[in-house]
Ligand binder design. Structure first.
Ligand SMILES: C[S@@+](CC[C@H](N)C(=O)[O-])C[C@H]1O[C@@H](n2cnc3c(N)ncnc32)[C@H](O)[C@@H]1O
Length: 405
């Protein structure tokens, strides 16, 4: 069957029931039937499930490919060029972005078909059509600090895909694929996904720890473990202008970019970035040099190959009245046979990125992306914390934990 014949669910043989419309189990469907009828019902049900799954795979292809065309637009500065001119025709875009005119035309048409751009007159000659961003789309595609910014989805997808062959090759040995191998795509994809939250919401998150924030208003020391390219540390330094902030990450490329960022923003005096292993308590003690009031670990605990050791190290450098704030995936409390969106998203990232990256760090826990609350509690208890509290912070992707004692 050709792809075009599969459009609009045509893959399902005509007359076949859609099991999405029928919640009965095979057992219920076959109850009371003769053996022959039961076999036919079971075969129909299997064929229906096959049609459904095939539809789903084929339907996934367009949005997946579209993510790459969005990253294509970001990498080549195409959205900026459209926005800067208000509207463009293919020649204008090709000249503005330095790409071939035919490529410019195809991308403009594709983006319009996909609903990312608008066209003024679809019936005009191809080279005369003018394309523009619909209202609201610039915030999603071009404004890194807007709460609506979602370019990270495209960058992260492309970065994850770029290491696919290495991930496949490493499956047999379990050696993993280092975080650095995923390159700028994953590093920047994560940055794009998380920066809006750090910039806009960090103060709301920390309002759940009033004893800690009160102290930090007068100074103090914050340690941001697994800080990536540094935006969480920057947001912490801005929120507490008298505090010292140390960002730590194992990935040298992330730390190099974080240092450039701190220098660019003029925060150099109070904000330091160190390339170190968060699980090494002696190293952390040497880097901080004084009791720490707040340790933060944003979307990084699950990536650490020895997470108990990281929490132990955090506890070892904490001031007596200090606390740890962990933000990590808001997955279900327990594994279930069918996952919701978050479960599916995090498991997929786990197979393709987090698990191999964590396994490349060594032979420790290798939790993967799906970090359940019971696991966090167990790790925190093993690390010696007396209290682990899930904070009531609302976040679409993360759950927040406070650890102290
Ligand atoms: C998913 S990224 C999150 C980065 C950043 N916190 C954010 O929210 O954008 C996880 C980070 O943890 C870092 N990481 C993993 N294991 C580490 C370890 N043992 N010590 C320090 N950093 C580590 C990785 O290099 C990566 O930058």
């Amino acid at each position: 069957m050709t792809l075009s014949a599969r459009q609009d669910g045509l893959i399902r043989p005509s007359g076949m029931a859609d099991s999405r419309d029928d919640n009965r189990s095979v057992g219920e469907l076959t109850g009371g039937m003769s053996e022959q009828n039961a076999q036919r019902a079971a075969a129909d049900s299997a064929a229906s499930a096959a049609g459904e799954l095939a539809d789903r795979l084929i339907e996934s292809l367009a949005p997946a490919l579209e993510l790459l065309t969005i990253e294509f637009g970001r990498r080549l500065g195409l959205y900026e060029a459209v926005l800067a001119r208000g509207s463009v025709d293919p020649l204008e875009l090709s000249q503005a972005a330095g790409i071939h005119r035919r490529v410019a035309r195809e991308w403009l048409e594709q983006q319009t078909a996909a609903g990312l751009l608008d066209v003024d007159d679809a019936a005009a000659e191809p080279d005369r059509r003018r394309f523009m961003l619909p209202p609201g789309h610039a915030a999603v595609l071009l404004e890194p600090e807007s709460p609506a910014y979602a370019m990270g989805a495209a960058t992260m997808f492309s970065g994850t895909a770029s290491a696919f062959e290495a991930v496949v090759a490493a499956a047999a040995t379990g050696e993993g694929v280092s975080y650095g191998t995923f390159g700028a795509g994953v590093r920047h994809g994560l940055q794009q996904l998380n920066r809006p939250g750090f910039v806009s919401d960090l103060d709301d998150w920390l309002a759940w720890m009033p004893d800690i924030t009160e102290r930090l208003r007068d100074g103090g020391l914050i340690l941001d473990l697994g800080c990536g390219t540094g935006w969480s540390s920057v947001a912490l330094a801005r929120l507490f202008p008298r505090a010292q902030v140390v960002g730590v990450d194992l990935d040298d490329a992330s730390i190099a970019e974080a240092r450039l960022l701190a220098a660019e923003l003029g925060l150099g005096g109070r904000l330091r970035f160190e390339n170190a292993d968060a699980t090494d308590r002696r190293q952390l003690a040497a880097l901080t040099g004084a009791p720490v009031d707040l340790v933060t670990i944003f979307e990084a605990l699950h990536d650490m190959n020895e997470p108990r050791q990281a929490l132990e190290a955090a506890r070892a450098v904490l001031a007596e009245t200090g606390a740890v704030l962990v933000g990590d995936e808001r997955v279900a409390e327990a594994f279930g046979s069918r996952g919701d969106f978050l479960e599916r998203l995090n498991y997929a990232f786990s197979v393709l990125h987090c698990l191999p990256a964590t396994m490349a760090e060594g032979t420790g826990t290798a939790n993967g992306t799906v970090l359940r609350p019971s696991t966090v509690r167990a790790w925190a208890a093993d690390a010696g914390f007396v209290n682990t509290t899930v904070l009531g912070i609302e976040h679409p992707f993360w759950r927040f934990y406070r650890m102290d004692g």
